[in-house]
Structures are given as C-alpha cells and as structure tokens.
Design a protein around this ligand. Structure first.
Ligand code: SF4
Ligand code: SF4
Length: 721
C-alpha cells in the first residue's frame, strides 16, 4: 500500500512540475505580446455573452459539429474525458483506500454506468479518428489532405495514449470487481464484461492487476498531461480561453483598428520609432494573437476551405499560424531574456532566429513568404471554420499593414490603385466628375444630396466606385435605382461627393489611406444627417456597417438584396415576366460569410416566375470566393490556378443558363472567367453573370410595362482592371 502511494504521488508531482513549468513559460511568452485591453473590456461589459460562448462553442462543440463525423468523434472524446475526470479522482482515492468511493456520489449505479458509457464512447471516437486519419493520409493525398503540413506523428501518439488511458481504466475496474473494491456493484456494464474475463485468474492475480493498472493509468494520464503542454493538444487547456476572448460575433466583418500598446493609433501623433505599426515582429502580436498561435489544433479545417490553397497558392491559413507559432517558440528565449547581456549570452541559433524577418522570402530566412501574405482574399473561410476561433485575417492584415506602412513592400501592381485612391478617391483614378454618369438616360431623376438629406428621404443609396464607374456594375446600379423608383422608395445619392469607402486600401494594409477616405466620407454623411444607407457593394456595406463606427460614423446599413427582397415581400415590387432559366447563385464572401446575408438574394430569385434555382456544392457559409477580396482585385494572380476559373467550373457543373450574384466585384471576376470559358468552348455563348437586382428588374412590371432591362452606358470609358 505504502509503495503504491509513493509511486503514484512521485509520478504525479514530477508530471505536475514539468507541465507547470511549461505552462508558466507559455504564459510569460504570451504576455510578452502587446496588450489587448479591448478584449478584457468586451468581456467585462458583457459577461453573459462570454458564458453563452463557452456553453455553445466549448461545451456544445458547435463549430466542430459543423463537420458531422469528425465533430461527433470529438464530441464523444471531449465529453468522455470531462466525465472521466471522476475516474481519476477514484484512482487517486484507491491509492489510499481500496474501498474508496467519491463522497456524495458513493456507489450510485448511474455514475458507474455513465463512466463506462463515456469510456466506450471515447473508444468509438478513437476508431473514427483513426479511420479519418488513414483516409486523409497526407502522404497519399498530398495538398488535398487537410492534415498536409500537420504534425501527424504527434497526433498518432496522442491517439495511442488516449487508447491506453481507456484500456488501463477498464482493466483495473474489471479487476476491482473481482477484488470487491469496485465502487459500483451495478450499472458499470463495460467493467463488468472485463471483470468476467479476468475472474478466472483468481483474487490474488486480480489484486495485482488492480494495483498495477491503477498505477499504469495514473502514469499514462500524467504522461498525457506533459505531452499536452508540449504539443498541439495544448488546445485542451487553451481553447476555452481563446474562445472566451475572441472577437464577437466572430473574427469576420470589419477589421480592427491599428493599435499600439493597446491604444488605437493616432496617425497624427504616431512615431514609427516607438509605436507598433502593424505586425513587423512576432512580439507585435497582442497576447490574444499569441494565444491564437498556441491554441491551433492543426486540424486543417481552415486549410481545406481556403481558396488560395485550393488553387495551388503557397498560402495555407493553418501553415501560416504554425509557422508563426514555431517562430515564436524558437524566439521565446530571446523575448524572455531580461537584458541585453542575457540576450547576448543566448545560443547562436536563438539569436539567428530572433533576426529572421517576419515577412520575407523563405529562401532568405523569412518566416512568412510575401507570396503567402499577399495570396489571401480575406474571404473568411478559415475564420468561419476554425473550431477554436483563431483570427487569421487579423494577423494577415497586421502583417500587411507593417509591410505597406513601414517597409513599403507590397505587390507593385497595387501601387496604382493606392495612388488613385489617394488622389482621385476611386481605385481607377477616374475622379468625381464621372460618378454621376450612370444616371444618364434614366427616365426619372435621382436626387443628389446637397446639404442635409430631407426627412422624406428613406435611404441614402451608396453607389460605390464600381457601381458608379465600372460598366458591368453600372447595370446593377441602374437596375437598383429603377426598382427603387418603381417601388416608390424615396432615396438619394451622394453623387460626386461620394468617394471610395477605403476598403481596398484597408485590406491592402494601407490604414493611412483608409482613414483619410473614411473620415472624408463620414464627414459628408454626418453633414447630410444620413441615417439609413442601402449599399450595392458588399465591401462598401461591410465597411460602412462595421468599420466606420470605429471613426464615429454610425448608420443603419443594409444591402440592396435585403431591401429588394423586403419590397417584393411587401408587394411594392411584383415580378411578373417569367425568366425561364436555370440559375445558380454565387454567394459573395463579404455579403454571405462575413455578414450572413444568405436568404434575401435567394428569396428574390424564388419570386421571379420561371427561375429554376440550382445551388452549387459550395454555397452559403461554405461558398467559394471569386478571388477579388482582400484587395486581390488589384493584384496579379501569378501562382496556381485562377480562383475565378475554379469557381466558374463549379458553376458550370450545374449547367446554368445564368449565374447570379450580389456583388460588383464577383460580377467582374466571374464575368472574366466566363469569357475565357466561352473562348475555349467550355461555356455556352448565351451564359452570363448578372446581379440579382438585374434579374428582378427583368421581371418587374413598371408603369411603362413589364420587365425593362436597365442597361449600362455604352459610352462609359470604364474598364475592368
Ligand atoms: S481569408 Fe480566405 S484566402 Fe485568406 S487565408 Fe483565410 S481562407 Fe485563405
Ligand atoms: S487555425 Fe483553426 S482550423 Fe486551422 S488548423 Fe488551426 S485549429 Fe484548425
């Protein structure tokens, strides 16, 4: 008895010391990052939301269950281990008293049954994980496997350890049944079965088995504890914390403002020598960013949905996080050294790691290759999928900000766009005089705001740069205006006073140009006393709704598909002319995944007589990007397959007559891909991509008769970049 107490406690104390030392090191590394007081403040202001998040994301495993089979396996394992904590208490109790039973629970048969049930559940979960890992073996599947690039050896080791935890548990409980030490004479069905197998060995042997396997189980649990703190299984401890401090409702929608030392950066006072400008070194990440790195489970869900990865680009959101994590861990002794002398005394390898540029060609020692950084479309698929709420886009934006603002290193072809934004207020440099041309030829007047907007004006129609200046998008703008006029909605536009919202600049990393444009627009909107905005571009919609409040611009913002769908539902617009076509709808990322507007465009299509809607395989939350977001619209796509070509091939798989969407940039990207498919004979000549508003306008009756199709202005000089 005394010996097993000594062995059991010695193993435990050593394991706790090793794990505790590692956790303390991780804590010091995490807190060497920048402050993030806004995360603590958000939780302090709304603790109920934090509790709800823990309940749904951690205990309910909501995001994991979006992937039904692996989600169910994880659910079984998570709840299995949570409930099996009781058996660890019982194991330690048994060290001191073989007839130990947990106070209050005692010999309650239900608890014995539950413990055995979840132990079997964990075994089922393990079997599922094993099959999944065998089927998605990265050695065979290559890039297609979501585990490609993950540490699969450690994952197999953990699966083996979990199996040993359950196996030793059931064996010692079975032996306990035969020695009379088992706390649950009834209910523990699996222990009963194992006990029946061991019974013929006699009581003496069963006593030895009981002691040996209790000690073995405690040793394995302690070994598992140490492995957890040194592996991706850290997420067992860190995921609940990371989820608690993640942005709500998620890390999508707007980007965060630039912060230095926890305070929002004021460009007029900022000093590049003392302030943090984006993420130029790993320690420029906030502690929440550091926590993200340590929490990644290497599950590869993000990678499997990333359009850049799917089309052969070097960007994998998982590998981006893992590369940052490995660098942070390797640089940690440097970051945690208390003085210059201590740093100078570090091994050469650590000092070399500390000197690696965070962004730079990998061949030159860079941690994140520029081709990785600039491949991101900000589509949000990674953030949406991540079961532990890692905020990939924030980290990518942070690194882009540093590259643009401090290093002046970014794809050269985007320089023209930034210059045009700065000088002319639109990405094409066409200037304010052209912004009202889309109205030419309309058979009604569109009021242009001059001074304060009238009380009788319900909506400020935010046209957007593409909507005002790009040929194909102008057709959408005219269709929306026509429909609003037909429905008797009172609206006005800013006309030449509107400038770019700044979205492309912000997504590129040029926060300076973004804030300049945003402040100008906010001034205009506030002077006009605008309350409600309807935007036709999801990027404008997202920026106006979620980023302008950071600068004092607070408006109610809706997308045109939301308004048009409402007008149809209210009977203010009546689609009558049949459109006898098979149509597949493409979800724009900044409308769908970022802002969860999935239904209104589909409702509009449902109301148009004759339309046969056919969903693509990747739709709604899992919609596949067109390739234009994250300012990719203004960058060359030199690596891998074009993202718009990949998307169009999926659309062609539904054999559509028309492809519909709700974004001017998707319209352009998909339109370009269709043109290429037509010239190669892979798409029928009549195939076209239209905005849902154009589709509705074709069908709606007007005073002049049914269904005119507003057309673009053929004299427009606008060209797609
Ligand atoms: S935002 Fe989209 S493109 Fe960027 S890393 Fe995530 S999934 Fe990939
Ligand atoms: S970032 Fe999230 S989704 Fe991607 S591998 Fe890590 S845990 Fe999985």
């Amino acid at each position: 008895m005394a010996l097993r107490i000594v062995i059991g406690l010695t193993v435990t104390v050593i394991a706790l010391a090793v794990a505790g030392r590692r956790l303390s090191w991780l804590y010091r590394l995490g807190t060497s990052g920048q402050p993030a007081p806004e995360r603590i403040e958000a939780l302090r202001r709304n603790p109920a939301r934090g509790a709800r998040t823990e309940a749904t994301e951690v205990f309910g495993q909501r995001k994991l269950l979006q992937w039904t089979v692996p989600g169910a396996a994880h659910f079984l394992t998570f709840w299995g281990f949570t409930i099996l904590l009781l058996t660890i208490i019982e194991g330690y109790g048994d060290l001191f008293s073989p007839t130990f039973a947990i106070p209050l629970i005692g010999h309650w048969a239900f608890v014995g049954f539950l413990e055995d049930l979840v132990a079997v559940g964990v075994l089922v979960g393990l079997a599922i994980f094993t099959v999944i890992r065998l089927r998605e073996n990265p050695k065979r599947e290559g890039r297609r496997s979501r585990f490609s690039g993950s540490h699969t050896g450690a994952a197999w080791l953990v699966l083996a350890l979990i199996f040993l935890v359950i196996a030793t548990l059931l064996i010692y409980r079975g032996a306990q049944r035969n020695t009379g030490h088992f706390p649950y004479p009834h209910g523990a069905f699996a222990s009963q079965i194992v006990g029946n197998w061991l019974a013929p060995l006699g009581r003496g042997t069963n006593l030895a088995i009981e002691t040996t396997f209790i000690l073995a189980q405690l040793a394995i649990v302690m070994g598992f504890l140490i492995l957890v703190t040194y592996s991706k299984h850290l997420h067992i401890f860190l995921a609940p914390v990371n989820v608690l401090f993640s942005r709500r409702p998620n890390g999508l929608r707007g980007l965060e403002p630039m912060r230095s030392g926890g305070k929002v950066l004021d460009f007029e006072e900022a000093d590049p020598d003392t302030d943090v400008f984006g993420i130029g070194k790993v320690e420029d990440l906030s502690w929440k960013g550091m926590l993200d790195l340590a929490t990644c489970t290497e599950c590869g869900r993000c990678q499997s949905q990333c359009p850049a990865w799917a089309t052969g680009k070097p960007l994998s959101p998982k590998m981006l996080i893992l590369d940052l994590r490995d660098h942070a861990f390797a640089k940690a002794p440097y970051l945690l050294a208390g003085s210059a002398e201590a740093r100078a005394a570090l091994p050469e390898s650590v000092r070399q790691e500390a000197e690696r540029p965070l962004v730079g060609p990998v061949a030159d020692g860079g941690v994140i290759d520029p081709d990785v950084l600039w491949s991101c479309t900000n589509c949000g698929a990674c953030v949406h999928e991540c079961p532990v709420d890692i905020e990939h886009i924030d980290h990518i934006a942070g690194m882009r900000r540093h590259q643009v603002l401090i290093e002046s290193e970014f794809p050269a072809e985007a320089a023209g766009m930034l210059k045009n934004l700065e000088n002319k207020g639109d990405p094409w440099g066409m200037g304010e005089a052209k912004r009202a041309e889309w109205m030419d030829g309309l058979d009604f007047d569109v009021p242009v705001v001059d001074g304060a907007i009238g009380d009788d004006v319900e909506y400020l129609f935010w046209v957007g740069c593409a909507g005002a200046l790009e040929d194909r998008a102008r057709k959408t703008t005219r269709a929306i205006a026509q429909l609003l006029h037909t429905a008797g909605v009172s609206f006005a536009v800013l006309g030449p006073a509107e400038t770019c919202t700044g979205d492309p600049a912000r997504r590129m990393g040029n926060e300076f140009v973004f804030s300049m444009l945003a402040q100008q627009n906010i001034e205009t909107l506030n002077e006009a006393k605008v309350r409600t905005i309807v935007a036709s571009c999801p990027h404008c919609f997202n920026t106006l709704a979620h980023e302008y409040p950071q600068l004092g611009g607070n408006y109610e913002v809706i997308h045109h598909t939301q308004l048009l769908s409402k007008l149809v539902a209210e009977g203010r617009l009546t689609p009558v002319t049949p459109v006898e076509e098979k149509i597949t709808y493409h979800d724009p990322c900044f409308l769908g995944r970022h802002n969860r507007v999935f239904t209104p465009p589909r409702q509009i299509m449902e109301q148009v007589p004759g339309v046969r809607a056919q969903e693509m395989h990747r739709c709604r939350e899992r919609g596949f990007c067109c390739g234009a977001g994250g300012a990719r619209m203004w960058m060359e796509e030199r690596i891998g397959k074009r993202i718009n070509a990949e998307r169009i091939e999926e659309a062609l798989g539904t054999d559509p007559d028309t492809i519909s969407t709700g974004c001017p940039f998707c319209l352009v990207m998909l339109g370009d891909a269709i043109s290429q498919k037509k010239s190669s004979g892979e798409a029928k000549a009549s195939l076209e991509v239209v905005d849902v508003a154009q589709l509705l306008a074709r069908s709606v009756a007007t005073a002049a008769g049914p269904g005119p199709t507003p057309s673009g202005d053929p004299s427009s000089p606008a060209e797609t970049p």
